[in-house]
Design a binder for this molecule. Structure first.
Ligand code: ATP
Ligand code: MG
Ligand code: MG
Ligand code: MG
Length: 474
C-alpha cells in the first residue's frame, strides 16, 4: 500500500485534507512576483506573503505537492546530482502549512502520525533533529510523542557547510524563516554515513525525509529578524525520498519514476548498463528542464534561461559520454509525462513546445560539443597538477558554448578542479575588449554573472525586465 509515488502523493494530500487542510495546486517553478527567488525551491514559496501577513486566504491550513527546482540560488543541488542518493535538481515537495493556526505540537504530531501510522514506518528507524535551543520541541518529541532523548539531536545553524544539517530554515537571504525540526530515516548500517550532527552525516545512511519549520521571523536584508504577525508552520518532505523508503530501495534513483526514465534513456541511447551514473544525471535533468520549459522558461543567455541552458547542456554532455550520436534528450518527454501522473498536467499541455525547445537546444550545442570535448580532453591529458587554467575554461565557454560548470563537471570526473578566478579574469578581459570596441550589452554581462559560482542575491527590476544580480563568492 502507498507504494508508488503517485499513491504516496494522494495519500499525503488526503491525510492532510481529512485533517482540515485545503488542498492547493502546486505553483509554477517561476515564482510569481518574487524577485528575490530564482526558481520555486520549496512548498512555502507560494505562501510567502501569507506568512508575512500581507496576503489573506480563506483557509488557515493548506497542503500541497509542490514542484521545486534547486539548481541555483540559496538552495543549489546541481552539483550533488549523480553523487548522492538523495538530491535532484527537480523534485516534488509534499507540504502542510499552518497560517497562524496550529503550531509546534500539532505540526510534529501530524508528521509523526502520517509516517508511523498511515505509512507504518518502523519507529526505530527514525530519529529527529531540533534547533539547539528549542527545548519546547524537545519536550514535545520526548514527552508527548515518546521519542527517546538519545534520538533527538540538537543542531545549530550550520553556516557554510555544503549540505550538512542546519536547523534554522530560510528560503533565501530575506523572507520568512525560523527554527526547524527534521525527521531522518536510517537506511541501515550497510550504507556509509552517520547520524545528523556527526562527522559522517553527509553520507547517505541517515536520510533527511521531512523538515518541519516553525515560521517565526521575517529576515530583513540587513540581517535583522522581525517577528512574523502570527507563528506559523511550513513543512516539506521530498516525495522521492519517502518513495524510496516505501519501495524498499536506498537511492531515490531506484524509485518507480527514475527506473522508468533511466530505462528509457538507456534504450534511446543504446546503453546496456543501467547503473551508469550519466543515466541518473540525464533522468534527473530531463525533469528540471522539461518542467521549467513547461512553466515558461526558455534556454537563453541570461538569468533563469541561462540556468536552464546550463542544465540541458550538462545532460547532453552526459548523453555524449554514453555514446549518443543524435538528439536524445527530448525523446524522454513522453515517458516523463507518463510517469509523473497528476503532477504532469501542465507539462502534457505544453509537450510540443517543450520537445521542440529541447531538441533545438541540443542540436545547437551538438555542433560544438565534440570539438570542445576534444580540446578539453587534450588539455586534461597534458595537464600538470590538479587545476585546469582559466584561459582554457574561458575558451570552452566563449567558443564552444561550455558553461563553466559543465567544464567543471567533466573535470570532476577526473579529479581536476577548474580555476574559477582565472576564468573570471579572462571573462573580464573579454568584457573590456568588447567595451573598448563599443560592443557590449546587458545580456552578456548578466550571463557572465550567473555563469560563475555565485551567491544569488536576487533580481532587480530593470526597465520592466528581470535582470540577475549576483555577488561572487570568490
Ligand atoms: P538536504 O540536507 O538533504 O540537502 P535540505 O535540508 O536542504 O535537504 P529542505 O530545505 O529542508 O532540504 O527541504 C525539505 C525536504 O525536501 C527535505 O527534507 C527533503 O526531503 C526534500 N529535498 C530537499 N532538497 C532536495 C533535493 N535536492 N532533491 C530531492 N529532495 C530534496
Ligand atoms: Mg539541501
Ligand atoms: Mg538538510
Ligand atoms: Mg532540511
Amino acid at each position: 500500500m502507498y507504494q508508488t509515488t503517485a499513491e504516496l502523493r494522494s495519500a499525503f494530500l488526503e491525510f492532510f485534507r481529512s485533517n482540515g487542510h485545503q488542498v492547493v495546486d502546486s505553483s509554477s517553478l517561476v515564482p510569481g512576483n518574487d524577485p528575490t527567488l530564482l526558481f520555486t525551491n520549496a512548498g512555502m514559496n507560494q505562501f510567502k506573503d501569507v506568512f508575512l501577513g500581507m496576503d489573506k486566504r480563506n483557509y488557515t491550513r493548506a497542503t500541497t505537492a509542490q514542484r521545486c527546482v534547486r539548481a541555483g540560488g540559496k538552495h543549489n543541488d546541481l552539483d550533488n546530482v549523480g553523487y548522492t542518493a538523495r538530491h535532484h535538481t527537480f523534485f516534488e515537495m509534499l507540504g502542510n502549512f499552518s497560517f497562524g493556526d496550529y503550531f509546534k505540537e500539532e505540526a510534529i504530531r501530524f508528521g509523526w502520525t502520517f509516517l508511523t501510522e498511515t505509512l507504518k514506518l518502523p519507529k526505530e528507524r527514525l530519529c529527529v533533529t531540533i534547533y539547539q535551543t528549542d527545548d519546547e520541541a524537545f519536550e514535545i518529541w520526548n514527552k508527548k510523542i515518546g521519542v527517546a532523548a538519545e534520538n533527538i539531536i540538537r543542531i545549530g545553524d550550520n553556516k557554510g557547510a555544503a549540505y550538512a544539517s542546519d536547523n534554522f530554515w530560510q528560503m533565501g537571504d530575506t523572507g520568512p524563516c525560523g527554527p526547524c525540526t527534521e525527521i531522518f530515516y536510517d537506511h541501515g548500517d550497510h550504507i556509509w554515513g552517520g547520524r545528523p550532527g556527526s562527522p559522517e552525516e553527509d553520507g547517505d545512511r541517515f536520510i533527511e525525509i521531512w523538515n518541519i519549520v516553525f515560521m517565526q521571523y521575517n529576515r530583513q536584508a540587513s540581517g535583522e529578524m522581525l517577528p512574523l504577525p502570527k507563528p506559523s508552520v511550513d513543512t516539506g518532505m521530498g516525495i522521492e525520498r519517502i518513495a524510496a523508503i516505501m519501495q524498499g530501495v536506498h537511492s531515490n534513483y531506484e524509485i518507480d519514476i527514475f527506473r522508468t526514465l533511466i530505462a528509457k534513456a538507456a534504450e534511446i541511447i543504446g546503453v546496456s548498463d543501467l547503473t551508469e551514473k550519466s543515466l541518473r544525471v540525464i533522468a534527473d535533468h530531463i525533469r528540471s528542464c522539461a518542467f521549467l520549459i513547461a512553466d515558461g522558461v526558455m534556454p537563453s543567455n541570461e538569468g533563469r534561461g541561462y540556468v536552464l541552458r546550463r542544465i540541458i547542456r550538462r545532460a547532453v554532455r552526459h548523453g555524449n559520454k554514453l555514446g549518443a550520436t543524435e538528439a536524445f534528450f527530448y525523446k524522454l518527454v513522453p515517458s516523463l509525462i507518463a510517469v509523473m501522473g497528476d503532477a504532469a498536467k501542465g507539462l502534457a499541455e505544453t509537450q510540443v513546445i517543450v520537445e521542440k525547445a529541447l531538441k533545438a537546444e541540443e542540436e545547437q550545442f551538438a555542433r560544438t560539443l565534440e570539438r570542445g570535448l576534444g580540446i578539453l580532453d587534450t588539455a586534461l591529458n597534458e595537464l600538470k597538477g590538479d587545476t585546469l587554467d582559466g584561459e582554457t575554461v574561458f575558451k570552452l565557454y566563449d567558443t564552444y558554448g561550455f558553461p563553466m560548470d559543465l567544464t567543471a563537471d567533466v573535470c570532476r570526473e577526473r579529479n581536476i578542479i577548474v580555476d574559477e578566478a582565472g576564468f573570471e579574469v579572462a571573462m573580464a578581459e573579454q568584457r573590456s575588449r568588447a567595451q573598448a570596441a563599443g560592443n557590449f550589452g546587458a545580456d552578456y554581462n548578466a550571463a557572465l554573472k550567473i555563469d560563475a559560482e555565485t551567491a544569488f542575491t536576487g533580481y532587480t527590476e530593470l526597465a520592466g525586465q528581470a535582470k540577475v544580480t549576483a555577488i561572487y563568492l570568490n
